[in-house]
Each structure stands twice: as C-alpha cells, then as structure tokens.
Design a protein around this ligand. Structure first.
Ligand code: F0G
Length: 430
C-alpha cells in the first residue's frame, strides 16, 4: 500500500514495485484480518525458543505472525539471523551521562549487521517472486548481507558501491559471498538513482531499504528487544540514521506492537546522524512545511551513514514525531571517542553505531534525556567491519574528512619491543 496519507493506493503483495505508480510515494506492507491475541503470541514466540526448526531458530522468523507477507514459508532463506543480545554497559552509561545503558547489538548477526534482519525477508520475497538476480547499492553492510542471502538462496547478487568509500571488511564479505561487485565513481545517492533505472530495465529485483519487505524484517529488531525485556517498554530507543530505513522499521514495529496490545506505550526514538551527513537533523529543525533538502556532498568517516538524500525520510518523520522522539547530530570526534568507550566495555561496534552513544552524551548534557531514564541503544554493526578506522584511531592517525587530525583521547597504540625478556619485564613492571 502507498505510504502517502493522501493516496493510500493498494497493490498486490506480488507486484514488483518500489514506489507507488500513482503518486511516487513510498510503499509499505499492510495486513488485513484479525490480529492474534497478544498473550497467545507472547507464549508462542517464547515456546519457539526451544525449537530446533530453522524458522523458529531465526530471531526474525520466530516472530513471523508479525509480518505475514509470505503465503508459503518454504520460500524462506534464513541464516539464523537475529537472536542478538541485550548487553549491559555500565562504563558506556557513565560516559553517556546515564545511570544505566543497554545495547542491543545487531553486530552479532550472521554477516555482522542489522541488515540481516531485513535481508532474510527481502531475499525470501525475491525467491517467492521467482527472481533470478538481485541488486542493491550500499555503503557496505547491505551489500555484504544481500550477497550472503542471495547466494544462500541460489540467486545472483549484484552490488553497486561508491568507489573508495566502503570499508574493506564489508567489501571483502561481498566478494567472498560471490557477489558481482561494481564500484561506481559516484556517491550513494547518485548510485541509488542509477540502480533503480537498471533494475527496471533488466528485471533485477532491488533489495535496498525502499523494498518494503526488508523494512518488515527489520521490525523484528524491536519485537525481539521487547520479548527480551519481557515487554517492559524503555523510555528511549537510540539508533543511528543514514538512509532512515531502520528508523522507519522501528517506528512501524512499535506502532503495530501497541495496536496488537503487546506493549502499552511507545518509547521515544532518538535518531543520531553524523554532522557532515545530517539532512534529517536539518529538516527537523526547519520551519514546518519547508521542503526536505538533501546534503549534496555528505561527509563522514562513519561511511555506513554517509548518505545525503535518505529515501525513507517521510516514513522516518512520521515515526519520530509519533513517538515524541528527537533527531541529534554528532561530530567526527564525538563518534570516535564514543566508539572507543564502547570498545572499553568489551563490546565494540563500527563507527556508525557509536553515533548512538555520542548522541546520548549530548542529549543528557543538554537535559533532553534524563540520567535515570531507561535507554536502549542499537549498535548496528560489528567492530570488525572497519578495522582500518580502529587502527588509525588508536595510533593517532585518524583524520576527519577535510584532513583535520582527530584527537585519540582514548588511544591504545601497540608497543614495539625487542625480543628480550628483561626489557619486556621491565616494561610490564612499570
Ligand atoms: N548503521 C550501519 C552499520 C549501517 O550499515 C547503516 C546503513 C546504518 C547504521 C543506517 O541505517 O540507513 O536504515 O538509517 N547502511 C546502509 C548500507 C545504507 O548500504 O549498508 P539506515
């Protein structure tokens, strides 16, 4: 169905569409029929944790009643995604100005990012539609995830990435999982426009987050979080914002869980963007009614969220406002230091994910978030996604876009020592 309130045109679930043919709006999955009883669902979902059936072992498909778009579950392609932990992080809480902080770490997914939650659904829909080839443009994680799921399903993955702007960890995954990899001399936003034309012309199924089935899968992140919290609603859910697919998915999940009686209120969504790539932050501060303006040359070392023209902003706008949420932006220095603090918790994450803690620190400092509030921050990607960034930070060689050297406030450089027990012992004794 079309997401635009003025249109709401309806289409069949098997139509291959990424935008509304009538008005050009975004599309969303909408389900008809009676909602299962909330208590029954909670019981069923809990029971499935003891099951050895592949679908029940998936932290996405375990909640399949919440996105019933497939008519035949034999189309599902699963790598046992989801099942990501809630991790207590007292040290990060102190750094962020909170009494307590819990991370939901999506980096524990099979390909190391939250994209797997959505990709299992998008790839399953591609199988159901009888597609042979799938494509995406990506800042890295989507392509790694799509490559894995497409190959697991016997589909051909074709990925488009901005040349020189994705981390080797992510590029390496796409190559290893057998994706045909095209590095384009353009930024993410320009390549997305290109891929949309190519997908249409060549009949390739597009698996970017404009694909509504990916958004359905990403809803499971919030459902699983609530299940793990025994349905106690936090005050805030904090997440990084790039193309704003995750913000859209989280908000939709929360609204639908409230409508189904699974939760009794909505947590506030706090979306954090990188300063050089913050069109949604800017938009939320403009006078109401002003047009959305893309950032033409987005810049940030957190390459996962280096997106100047986020396609899902209309959905994200609805979700942030309907939860009474907030959008914040943070600097390169703030991201780098927050990331090191998350590392010192023994947790670790990729740069984009660390924008959450940097944002929390800013929100508590300005009194918009209280120290005693119940906060869950979503870490979207695994620490090993971007080792180059980490090495540079810890050896004081990390330069912000534009060349300014960042301060390695929590740097931890390796020490070169001679092969000499006495000298090493002396060093370790001090
Ligand atoms: N965090 C990570 C680690 C990401 O990879 C992304 C997006 C985001 C946050 C932002 O999420 O786009 O839903 O707001 N990465 C995309 C990609 C765009 O191509 O992998 P969003």
């Amino acid at each position: 169905m079309c997401f635009e309130a003025a249109c709401r045109a309806r289409y069949a679930v098997t139509d291959v569409l990424y935008n509304c043919p009538k008005c050009g709006g975004l599309l969303e999955a909408v389900y008809e029929g009676a909602q299962p009883d909330a208590a029954e669902l909670r019981g069923l979902w809990r029971e499935r944790r003891l099951s050895n059936a592949p679908l029940d072992q998936s932290g996405v498909w375990r909640y399949r009643e919440f996105f019933p778009f497939l008519d035949d579950l034999r189309h599902v392609v699963t790598l046992r995604e989801g099942n990501t932990p809630l991790l207590d992080a007292p040290r990060a809480a102190r750094y962020g100005g909170l009494d307590k902080l819990v991370f939901k770490h999506q980096g524990f997914n099979p390909t190391g990012s939250f994209k797997d939650n959505g990709m299992t659904c998008g790839a399953s829909q591609a199988v159901r539609l009888g597609m042979r080839r799938v494509a995406c443009v990506s800042t890295g994680n989507t392509s790694a995830s799509m490559a894995a799921y497409a190959s697991a399903a016997g589909l051909q993955p074709i990925i488009f990435i901005p040349h020189g702007n994705i981390s080797y960890g992510k590029l390496a995954q796409a190559l290893e999982y057998g994706a045909m990899t095209l590095q384009v001399e353009a930024n993410f936003d320009q390549i997305l426009a290109l891929v949309r034309v190519l997908a249409e012309r060549l009949g390739i199924y597009l698996l970017n987050s404009i694909n509504p089935f990916r958004i359905e899968g990403q809803k499971s992140i919030m459902v699983e979080m609530m299940d793990q919290r025994d349905w106690r609603v936090p005050d805030w859910v904090v997440l990084p914002g790039g193309n704003l697919g995750n913000t859209s998915a989280f908000g939709k999940a929360l609204r639908e869980m409230a409508a189904a009686g699974l939760i009794d209120r909505l947590p506030k969504l706090a979306v954090v963007q990188a300063e050089g790539s913050a069109p949604f932050y800017d938009f939320m501060r403009q006078p109401a009614g002003d047009a959305f303006r893309a950032v033409e040359h987005p810049e940030t070392l957190a390459t996962a969220i280096k997106i100047g023209d986020p396609v899902s902003w209309p959905k994200a706008l609805l979700e942030v406002t309907s939860t009474g949420g907030i959008v914040e932006k943070v600097s390169e220095q703030e991201i780098a230091d927050a990331k090191a603090q998350i590392g010192l918790c023994g947790i670790g994450c990729e740069p984009a994910s660390a924008a959450t803690l940097a944002g929390i620190r800013k929100l508590t400092a300005s009194g918009r978030m209280r120290a005693d509030e119940d906060v869950v921050a979503v870490l979207t990607g695994n620490v090993l996604k971007d080792p180059d960034y980490i090495y540079r930070y810890h050896t004081s060689q990390l330069d912000a876009p534009g060349g300014k050297r960042l301060t390695s406030s929590f740097g931890n450089a390796p020490t070169v020592v001679p092969n000499d027990a006495d000298k090493i012992a002396a060093l370790l004794d001090t």
